[in-house]
Design a protein around this ligand. Sequence first.
Ligand code: DX5
Ligand code: ZN
Length: 219
Amino acid sequence: MVLPSMLLCDFGNLEREVQALEAAGARALHLDVMDGVFVPNLTYGMPIVEAVRRTTDLPLDVHLMIARPGEYIEQFIEAGASSLTIHVEAVDDPRPVLERIRQHDAVACLALNPPTPLEAIARYLPYCDMVLCMSVMPGFGSQPFEPVALEKLRTLRAQHSDLILEIDGGVNEKTIADCTRAGAQMLVAGSAIFHSNVSYKQSLAELTGLSSSAIGRAP
Ligand code: DX5
Ligand code: ZN
């Protein structure tokens, strides 16, 4: 599944953007929440998640790039998040936060940055429905893809067939086939959709096609 990252969308026309992505075939949306503390950039919080929720029934994959994510879980669930991703680098102990996400029937996801080794998340995997391997340092769209994420995906896929695997950062026409072959099912794409010269429908179809054919499946 290719998930458009709303970071690069036109926020002045949020409802229109969401509807256009839905009409273009998006099956879920990725929302990047940044606090200017955990990452050197600021985006938005619960009100935008809530505004997107009012305009669509699509699953909302909310990526929390914030310090102390545990303080905001219930608010993001109430705002309409379907899955919540916290960063292992942002908390001392991810377990209670992941457990709370699950208690609210949302998908619990743990993310790790490119320099963070898999060992840092190993003991928390029983509390994860999904793992996000970052293929850029979080904070900004349009950064170059870091292949270290592929090695992590391969290792996780070989050892944990039940885990949903996601990749985020620099996913585009050149990198998406490798991501899928490495085991990623959730492919987040920002600039490859929003800075492309073709329509949302065409870029989503191209990315989905490249991803599917990499593993010999029909799109
Ligand atoms: C990076 C964000 C990503 C970003 C992806 O901090 O988590 O979701 O928007 O953008 P691209 O696909 O342009 O790297
Ligand atoms: Zn993201």
